[in-house]
Design a protein. Structure first.
Length: 259
């Protein structure tokens, strides 16, 4: 399918690996020029060069922490006139409800709620003026069903979801859509890290922890960054203009809900 976005320009945050990289590659395959961001310069440039060589699009890299003001300023300076924004940032650590201090919550809110809000506030005026734009926020399945050990993430991502619910309806008349992609478990370093925590707590191998978790997913496997990226690219396409303010699960059926 021709997504109709060849020649558009996208910001993809935290895109040197994992789900962010999956989104960057899918957009590049559709002909979109990229501004890719991540904290690690070396991994970011490796990913960007592979995309340039594979898809022939222009890729600008900005090695910076998107959760810091200076990082956001650097990314926005490199991406004037962006048509597409994919918000993404690493999730906070797991734990118990009484493990976290106020500072822990502030860091989680900064990374997973206030940072994507700041990026949207920066790019939405230009998108609205031009009459077209797409924003996709990578959040979590915990928005639909909170995960007990991920209380910091639950709180921050729920706040972002509330902001998007109202804002998406306000900008839609200008041809701009905002939607959230809610990943379940995908084969990324984040999943490896969480499996490692479970393995250590239960005294089992990481492989056994993964096998047990796969058994809880109706699809009986983890998702892939490639299929996640394809879903993101579709939401950014010319065909998705009537999808507004939605929270779309990509979780292999793990959340059993009709809502």
């Amino acid at each position: 399918m021709d997504l109709g976005i060849s020649g558009k320009r996208a910001i993809v945050c935290a895109s040197s690996k994992g789900l962010g990289l999956g989104c960057a590659r899918a957009l590049a395959e559709a002909g979109v020029d990229l501004v890719m961001n991540a904290r690690g310069a070396e991994a970011l440039e490796v990913a960007a060069e592979d995309i340039r060589a594979t898809f022939g699009v222009n890729v600008t890299t900005v090695a910076a922490d998107i959760t810091e003001v200076s990082g956001r300023e650097a990314v926005l300076k490199a991406s004037s006139g962006a048509d597409i924004l994919v918000n993404n940032a690493g999730g906070p650590p797991p734990g118990l409800w009484n493990d976290w201090s106020r500072d822990d919550f502030v860091r989680a809110l900064d990374a997973n709620m206030l940072t994507p809000i700041a990026m949207m506030q920066a790019v939405l005026p230009g998108m609205m003026e031009r009459g077209w734009g797409r924003v996709v926020n990578i959040t979590s399945q915990s928005v639909k069903a909170p995960i007990p050990q991920l209380g910091l993430s639950n709180a921050a991502r729920a706040g972002l979801t509330g902001f998007v619910g109202g804002t998406s309806r306000q900008v839609a008349p200008s041809g701009v859509t905002i939607n959230n992609l809610l990943p379940g478990i995908h084969a990324t370093e984040r999943a490896d890290s969480l499996d490692g925590v479970v393995a250590k707590a239960q005294g089992i191998s990481v492989e056994e922890a993964r096998t047990r978790r796969e058994a809880t997913i109706p699809a009986r496997r983890y998702g892939t960054p490639e299929e996640f990226g394809a879903a993101c690219a579709f939401l950014c396409s010319m065909h998705a203009g009537f999808i507004v303010g939605q929270n779309i699960l990509l979780d292999g059926g793990a959340i059993n809900s009709t809502m």
